[in-house]
Design a protein around this ligand. Structure first.
Ligand SMILES: *Cc1c(COP(=O)(O)O)cnc(C)c1O
Length: 419
């Protein structure tokens, strides 16, 4: 009896035309549009193959060389490789590469180091923090008592005096630093001193700046934080997922158990292989050049947008992302993002600090150079992109202008082909 349909081991996606059509459509979208969303990037063919490999068939649980299931020799080698590379890249002693996402890395660390109901002092989402740091809609927001710090109204930057005052007031068990829409550097030594003064853990979530940290272009949290978490698919330009990194051996058992079995089950070995691949790439000298280019590109884009009347939150950026305040143009982020998408420019609407509008229709846009720099765009290309954005923002309903920009975007993308 034939238990497998024809082509089961050989045919590939052509066996499922409905699905193949959608994936082809997405490939075309990526090829012909400019990706400016900060949580995205363009991975290498090597990462793509590792993540799409037969490793998807293997189930392993627990730590390498101490698995519950057999037949794990290669799985152990792959996960060990990812761990070793993460440790080398960030010059730290320990790494857990299993978290399925950045949120899982955070939840695992919380579970490992905190008790139910403990207080976490983390950055307000409205000020640029991330929902996985205790937003009420998440499990962590329900399990812990969350106190939020924001940014200073004048500088739009984290105000360490305010964080210190809040910490002394709420006596947190953990302080969380890092966010998803915060374009500036952070003083991790000062944050650690604040954490020490109230006997709290310091966790730094470097999801948006991990690539810059690896390249030495952003303050390194690892000498200061008790534990650092990150995603691997944003500025690290790699596989989907997260990691936790730390130096203190006495935390290892708690962090590892927090991740598994704390918040997740078996390892996504294909994703771990993708992490090994991107970490290997990040250890090469070209990666620092990529990060340097991405940073210069983001700064050039910020400057060019400012020249067109967009207000750049904090006046610039120390990272590959920037936050644009559209209120001087009398425009909201949702309307702007929709118009830009029609022109082939993918961005996301975003709250700005002290936003007077709503999360659904905020005042800002978040923009990033990650994917454009991976594609090979330089400062000149990002200045052109900023020019197109300015043109759309001034006339978001002008179909002719959107079509004209769409054509220019397509032409630029054709000059920088992917895959
Ligand atoms: C993107 C991000 C995450 C987590 O992302 P997942 O969607 O769970 O992978 C966590 N923290 C910060 C600061 C982020 O920007």
């Amino acid at each position: 009896m034939r238990t497998l349909h024809e082509g089961y081991f050989t045919a590939g996606l052509v066996a499922d035309p409905e699905l193949a059509r959608a994936i082809d459509g997405e490939l075309k979208r990526q090829r012909e549009g400019i990706e400016l969303i900060a949580s995205e990037n363009l991975v290498s063919r090597c990462v793509l193959e590792a993540q799409g490999s037969i490793l998807t068939n293997k189930t392993v649980e627990g730590a390498p060389w101490r698995r519950y299931y057999g037949g794990a020799h290669y799985a152990d080698a792959i996960e060990s490789l990812a761990i070793d590379r993460a440790r080398r890249l960030f010059a730290c002693r320990f790494a857990n590469v299993q978290p399925h996402s950045g949120s899982n890395a955070n939840a695992g660390v919380f579970l490992g180091l905190l008790r139910l109901g403990d207080t976490i002092l983390s950055m307000d989402v409205a000020a640029g923090g991330h929902i996985s740091h205790g937003h009420p809609a998440t499990l962590t927001g329900r399990d812990y008592r969350i106190v939020a710090y924001g940014v200073n109204r004048e500088t739009e930057r984290v105000d360490l005096d305010a964080v210190r005052a809040l910490a002394h007031d709420c006596r947190p068990r953990m302080i969380v630093a890092g966010g998803s829409a915060y374009p500036r550097g952070l003083d991790f030594a000062a944050l650690r001193a604040i954490a020490d003064s109230v006997d709290a853990w310091l966790m730094v979530d470097m999801a948006h700046v991990a690539g810059l940290v690896a390249a030495g272009l952003y303050p390194d949290p690892l000498p200061h934080a008790h534990v650092v978490t990150t995603t691997t698919y944003k500025s690290l330009r790699g596989a989907r997922g997260g990691m936790a990194l730390w130096n203190d051996e006495s935390l290892s058992a708690r962090i590892n158990a927090g991740v598994f079995p704390g918040v997740q089950g078996s390892v996504m070995l294909h994703a771990v292989a993708g992490k090994a691949a991107c970490l290997g790439e990040a250890l090469r000298p070209e990666f620092a050049l990529y990060q340097r280019a991405a940073l210069a590109n983001a700064r050039a884009m910020a400057k060019a947008l400012a020249e067109q009347g967009v207000r750049i939150v904090t006046g610039g950026t120390d990272t590959t992302l920037l936050l644009a305040d559209l209120s001087p143009l009398g425009l909201s982020g949702d309307i702007a993002a929709k118009a830009l998408e029609r022109a082939g420019l993918a961005v996301n609407k975003n709250l700005i600090p002290f936003d007077t509008r709503s999360p659904e229709s905020p005042s800002g846009l978040r923009l990033s150079s990650n994917a454009g720099a991976a594609r090979g765009f330089g400062v000149a290309e990002f200045e052109r992109i900023a020019g197109w954005i300015g043109r759309i923002l001034k006339a978001p309903d002008d179909d002719a202008s959107i079509a004209a920009v769409r054509a220019e975007v397509r032409a630029l993308c054709a000059d920088y082909p992917i895959y």
